[in-house]
Each structure stands twice: as C-alpha cells, then as structure tokens.
Design a protein around this ligand. Structure first.
Ligand SMILES: Nc1ncnc2c1ncn2[C@@H]1O[C@H](COP(=O)(O)OP(=O)(O)OP(=O)(O)O)[C@@H](O)[C@H]1O
Ligand SMILES: [Mg+2]
Length: 503
C-alpha cells in the first residue's frame, strides 16, 4: 500500500461543503447587522476607535467598515464590496451591504434543501438583469442645468447624514465644486474627476458656515523668505517647476578629491554659477511667483528676492497639478526649456494668510479654474472629518448626476417596485430556479423594512400597507413612488400619512 500523500500541513484544519457555505453566510450577515442601524434618515451615528486611538463618529457604511478589523474571508469580501461602491458611486455603501446580507440570508434555506450553489447564482443573476431593466424603465431624466433640481437631489442624498442639520450648505459646496471642475468632452459628455482636482482642506476653528469653495486652490505653505518676499500679489505670473533649484547632488555617495586649495574655490564657484544660470533663465520670463516641488537653495532664494519674486518650495506633486489646472500653467522640468506659454496667468490673486497657527497660500480668483479647493471650517477635528466624508458623498452624487442625469425615487420606493415586478415575473420562470428568483425578489424588501425599523414605526403594518400600495394597478408608478417617499418623510408627521390614506 502507498503511503498517504500530505498536501496540507498536519496542523491545518480544512472545512468544506455545506458547513463552509453556512459559515460564510453567517459571517456576511454579521457584517450587515453591524451596519443595519445606520441606514436611512433616522439612523444612528456610530462611534468607533480607529487604529491610531482617535475616534471616528460617522454613519457612512464604508467609513465604519474601514475601521473594523475582521478575520473571516467572507466578511472581508463584504467590506471590499462597500469599498468598491464607495469608489464607483460614492454613496449607497450601507445599502449595498444590507442588501447583500439579505440576499445571502435568503439563499441559506435553499442550501439546506440541497440546491446546488450554481443554481442559486444563476437565478440571482437573472433577477439582477431583470432588476436593471426595471430601474431603466422607472428612471426619470432630469435637467442638470436646473440648479434647484440638482440641489434638491444632492440634499436628499445627504439628508441621511449628520450635516443635513446645516441646511443647504454642504449640498451647495458640493455642486459648486463639481461644476467648477467639470470638463466638456464633447457630444454632451462631461468628465468630473473629483479625486484629482478637488482638494478638501480642513482647518479647525471658525464656523461651519465660513466654509467655501475657492475659485482656485490653497495649500499649507508659506513663501521661502518671509520678510523679503511679497505675500500678496495681484494678477501674478506663475511658474511651476518640478526640479530642484539647488546644486544637484550625486545619486550615490560622491567623492571629490581636490589637490590644490584654489580648486575648492573653483568648485564652489561652479555651483554658484549653475544656480545663477537657472535663476536667470527663470527670471527672463518675469514671473511674480515661482513654485517648485523640490528644494530651493539659499542662493536661489537671494536671486529671487532681489528680483522681487516670491518663491515656494517642496510642494506636493498633487497640489502642483491642481495649481497648474487652476491658473493655466504648465509644470516644467528643465528651466532652460521654459516657454512663455508655460507661465500661468489665469490667477487673480496670490496671498499668504495666517489661519490659526499655520500659514496658507491662496491662489484664487482664477479666470477658468479647472481645479479647486474646498475650505472647511468647524469647531473640532472629528466633526470636520465627518463633514468631509459627507461632502465626498455629496460631490460623488453631484458628479454622478452630471455624468448620467437620471433619477429613481428613494425611501425604499424603487426597491419595492423592483421587488413587486420580480415577484410577478417569477411566475413565468420555469424549473428549479423559480424559487431562488422569487427569494431574491423578496430580499429587495429589506431596504424599506430596515428604513421603517430604524425610524421606529410598526414594521409589519407599514410593510403590508406599502406592498398594498405598490400592487394597486390604478396608481401610476410615479405617484406610488412619490407617496412612498412622502410616507417615510411622514413618519415624522403622521398628518401626511393620514392625508395619503395609508393608515
Ligand atoms: N427622507 C427620506 N425618507 C425616507 N428614506 C430616505 C430619505 N432620505 C433617504 N432615504 C433612504 O435612505 C437610504 C440611504 O441611507 P444612507 O444614506 O444612510 O445609506 P447609504 O446611502 O446606503 O450609505 P452611505 O453611508 O454611503 O450614505 C436610501 O435607501 C434612501 O432611499
Ligand atoms: Mg447615503
């Protein structure tokens, strides 16, 4: 007899079959249970301790899951799901987890009945296709040029957030920022790169109402030689560089052996001449402001301040890119190849201001800024962090609208319509896939159910009333959705519920 072949280590435990399916579903469900209470307008904020010991106060699904340290692979993939939603859409990171948890939950009973997982997956994929078709059908086109409509939309997206208490403020900031950096690609397409061209600067202190979208950019830097260089320049000519303005050092350790004393003098002179040469080349273009990503030596600083030019050094690459977009400059690597067209003349004002303990440089009043900074002010750092997260959600929604101007109603209305349509369709499906398909249809109800749970109404009664409404053939689809939205808002005012005859 041949000896047994060991593939895995002796100590390793291997699980397989239904046991693993159940364990995976349990793990995913526990992740979705964590988030369940943070869905919707009456949701709770969660307070978490982050890795650095600080606190995070938020109800943003992705932000909560990012802080949670999980070991189970299935739970990890749920977190990935939320992250992907955040990257692609920016909002809906809680909904996606709640829905995924429910879809897995309803799959469990089929596994118990010995359905093969691929059958369930096939049915789910079919349900997904049909759900997309329903969404396509009920989506209403909107006019992105109508600010009031867009404002209402963005506001409803952050109505579930902490900052909704501050009225239109955050929605206004988000719309201003995204419309500033929108670029027309022709054929009615618009590109909005929120990540690259919008920077959010949080400066603790002041009132939240002092937050603004700058018509340009700001960054946490001061001029190199404060007393000698101007801190305020109107209509500056700006040159951006990504090369050092100091004598280049060797890549590795460099040894220079000098025999005569005069050689040392020559060496120093060469260095000086090199820098002077660079500065002369730059000064030929009569800049008012020179910004470099690398270092700037004392000597270069001297030449610049003598010529009345302000200089800033060691700027971040991303900030430099934004300045280039804001004032129309081109970042240059070799000063000897500078051209007039590389000089940025689009900015109206350069100013260094002291806010709190720090100096901030502003390049603002730009003619056509294609990058901008959102300056957030507020009483504390934790609060500002949450405001920033809300603002990111709002900006993503605003970007999505500009890119694809279609709207489906919220408040669980869309999910219920999808659920009702799929339930109807399931009758026409033949074979064993019919049951998982129907279960997927029912799973969509989790969103309105959770919304109802979170705002403290009688869940069973509410759900039955809603399902009754959706199946009323006489109502136009639009009216159903509208009344559902009003119904949920009406959980605050019961008068409206009575008015709609839903009680
Ligand atoms: N005024 C409202 N009345 C009823 N439901 C609402 C209202 N505003 C939003 N909703 C619903 O709340 C849900 C969104 O909740 P929430 O914003 O907390 O989570 P999310 O968008 O899924 O995740 P994220 O944490 O990324 O924002 C959606 O289903 C939406 O339809
Ligand atoms: Mg949301």
């Amino acid at each position: 007899m041949t000896a047994p072949v060991l593939v895995l280590k002796d100590s390793l435990k291997r699980e397989f079959g239904t046991k693993v399916h159940h364990a995976n579903i349990q793990a995913s469900k526990s992740v979705s249970d964590i988030l369940r209470t943070t869905l919707g307008p009456s949701s709770m904020l969660k307070m978490l301790l982050d890795a650095g010991g600080g606190i995070v106060v938020t109800n943003d699904g992705n932000a909560i899951l990012r802080e949670i340290d999980v070991a189970h692979p299935a739970a990890k993939s749920m977190i990935e799901l939320s992250r992907t939603q955040d990257e692609e859409v920016g909002d809906g990171t809680t909904s996606v987890i709640v829905l995924a948890g429910e879809l897995l939950h309803v799959a469990e009973s089929f596994l118990e009945k010995s359905y093969h997982p691929t059958v369930i997956c096939r049915a789910y994929n079919k349900a997904l296709e049909d759900a997309m078709a329903v969404l396509e059908k009920i989506a209403m086109p909107i006019d992105v040029n109508d600010r009031a409509t867009v404002l209402g939309l963005v506001k409803s997206c952050i109505a579930t957030k902490f900052t909704s208490k501050f009225g239109d403020l955050i929605a206004d900031l988000a719309i201003d920022a995204t419309t500033t950096i929108g670029v027309d690609l022709g054929q009615g397409l618009r590109e909005v790169d929120v990540k690259k061209y919008i920077k959010v600067e949080k400066v603790p202190g002041g009132q939240l109402e002092d937050s603004t979208v700058l018509k340009g950019v700001m960054f946490n830097k001061d001029v190199v030689a404060p007393g000698k260089m101007k801190r305020k320049i109107v209509n500056p000519r700006i040159i951006l560089l990504d090369c050092p303005l100091e004598y280049k050092k060797g890549e590795n350790q460099t040894n220079a052996e000098l025999v005569r004393e005069e050689d040392w003098e020559v060496l120093l002179k060469l260095e000086e001449e090199y820098i002077e040469n660079i500065c002369v080349q730059i000064l030929k273009f009569k800049p008012d402001l020179v910004i470099t990503e690398k270092g700037l030596s004392d000597l270069a600083c001297h030449y610049f301040s003598k010529a009345g030019v302000s200089a800033i050094r060691r700027l971040r690459k991303t900030d430099n890119n934004r300045i280039a977009k804001a004032c129309g400059a081109v970042i240059v690597n070799r000063p000897d190849e500078l051209q007039e067209s590389d000089v940025g003349t689009g900015a109206g004002l350069f100013e260094v201001k002291k806010i709190g303990d720090d100096f901030f440089a502003f390049i603002v009043d730009c003619k056509e800024p294609k990058a901008c900074t959102v300056l957030l002010r507020g009483p504390s750092k934790d609060l500002l962090n949450e405001v920033e997260r809300n603002l990111q959600d709002a900006m993503s929604v605003s970007r999505n609208i500009i890119k694809n101007p279609k709207l489906v109603p919220g408040g669980g209305a869309t999910e219920l319509t999808v659920s009702a349509t799929l339930k109807q369709k399931s009758a026409t499906i033949e074979g064993i896939e019919k049951w998982p398909y129907e279960a997927a249809a029912i799973a969509f109800e989790v969103i309105p159910r959770t919304l109802a749970q979170n705002c403290g109404v009688n869940v069973i009664r509410t759900m039955t009333a809603l399902q009754g409404k959706v199946s009323l053939r006489t109502c136009s689809r639009y009216r159903i959705s509208l009344s559902l939205i009003q119904f949920f808002c009406g959980t605050i005012s019961m008068q409206m519920v009575r008015m709609l005859g839903l009680e």
